[in-house]
Design a protein around this ligand. Structure first.
Ligand SMILES: [Fe+2]
Ligand SMILES: [Fe+2]
Length: 190
């Protein structure tokens, strides 16, 4: 686990670290599913559809929105020296969306062991490799930058914005449901 959680961190950084924890659990499931697909097993299509929903809603619309709409622009405002890091992270978000679109595109034609099953598997593995590296980069370079640049009251303001994004995109109930779903999927596949 690369999420550097700790009481010394501000709430926004800790929140992103917690979400990285959930995404890393998801990556374990993604790799297990890729293995099943490679072996020609008939993975439940509903579970594969749920994967697309999890990544698009939890990882992308919620987690990446906190980074893209709030953290990245505020860091750039502090100093242009962060432009390189932010561009790298944004580019990886785009690449992640490509993998998930790949899965969604193949699902209608998917059946056990066919070319679309293999395509879904490669997209899952590609996404897992990408996100693992991405999360490590954020823990090692983004989180220290946030801690350096956003002191109170900026961190408090950022935290309020995070809560708003979370409420608008997911809401408390659905957020809990995603964590439950992760537990069930892990028990079933990983
Ligand atoms: Fe990110
Ligand atoms: Fe992140």
């Amino acid at each position: 686990m690369y999420n550097h959680e700790g009481d010394s961190m501000t709430k926004p950084t800790k929140d992103l670290g917690n979400e990285h924890g959930a995404i890393l659990v998801f990556l374990i499931i993604a790799r297990a599913l890729a293995k099943q697909l490679d072996e020609g097993n008939d993975v439940n299509k509903k579970d594969l559809e749920a994967i697309v929903d999890f990544v698009r809603t939890f990882a992308d619309k919620c987690h990446h929105a906190k980074e893209e709409d709030q953290v990245f622009p505020q860091l750039i405002k502090k100093s242009k020296e962060y432009a390189g890091l932010v561009n790298e992270l944004l580019g990886e978000h785009i690449a992640g969306r490509d993998f998930i679109r790949g899965i969604a595109d193949s699902l209608p034609q998917y059946s056990a062991g066919n070319p679309h099953a293999i395509h879904v598997s490669r997209c899952l593995t590609g996404y897992a490799d990408l996100l693992q590296k991405h999360i490590r980069t954020e823990a090692e370079r983004l989180f220290p930058a946030m801690e350096k640049e956003f002191a109170s009251p900026e961190a408090e303001k950022l935290w309020e914005e995070f809560k708003k994004i979370e409420h608008d995109v997911i809401g408390e109930v659905k957020h809990e449901a995603y964590h439950e779903w992760l537990k069930e999927m892990r028990a079933k596949y990983a």
